[in-house]
Design a protein around this ligand. Sequence first.
Ligand code: ADP
Ligand code: AMP
Length: 216
Amino acid sequence: MKLIIIGAPGAGKGTMSEEIINKYNIPHISTGDMFRDQIARQTELGLKAKEYIERGELVPDSITISFVKERLLQDDCKTSYLLDGFPRSEAQAEVFAQMLENKELGLDAVIYLEVDFSKLIERVTGRRICRNCKSVYHTVFSPSKVEGVCDKCGGELYQRPDDTEESLKQRLEAYNEETMPVIKYFEKLGYVKKIDASQDIENVKASLFEVLGDIK
Ligand code: ADP
Ligand code: AMP
């Protein structure tokens, strides 16, 4: 299965990606996770990306495209992948489309998590992530059994530095201006499967698996 998952920051892409990879065991390529890993390892790319991420802006295409393309061209993506966070700008979508045309990649569907923006502030500010296995929690909607500790691996949970009200505002602007045209583009090509992501986690999951059942 070759999928893109797309939606506003806090729509639930990471949460639903966990469900998909648990069930179908396919590579999860999260560009946000890839950048956070580079930042943690203090690489040159990580240091460059950090300033944009902290401001809630997109990392420039000149950095992002070659970095993600290299990952997508690895062998494990030939049979299946779940791409979370890319393409996020028109230039990125053009590169992706070119890869489809060259048959370097295939695509079955774009899962669009459509969410009411009024839900996002609470989701984003309550988000907690495992430093070790990257599992996603929420202080209210999806709490860990022991506060601050990952249920799955015992790792430490942390709050992303960009999960603030101010940064969310900026990220939503970037989403509206740069990512919405990408969704429209995939809609025109007939790839988009829309899911109501304003529902609670269990109901979003049920809608998601209904859609995925039709694709398989
Ligand atoms: P994204 O990857 O799209 O930015 P996440 O999957 O990280 O979003 O979800 C953002 C936060 O909201 C997380 O803390 C997650 O636990 C929580 N969350 C995800 N989906 C829902 C939902 N349907 N209802 C309530 N909270 C949710
Ligand atoms: P995410 O984990 O998807 O919320 O991404 C966190 C941040 O990483 C975003 O706010 C951007 O700054 C950056 N980022 C992730 N993916 C991309 C991308 N495809 N293009 C540009 N910036 C990105």
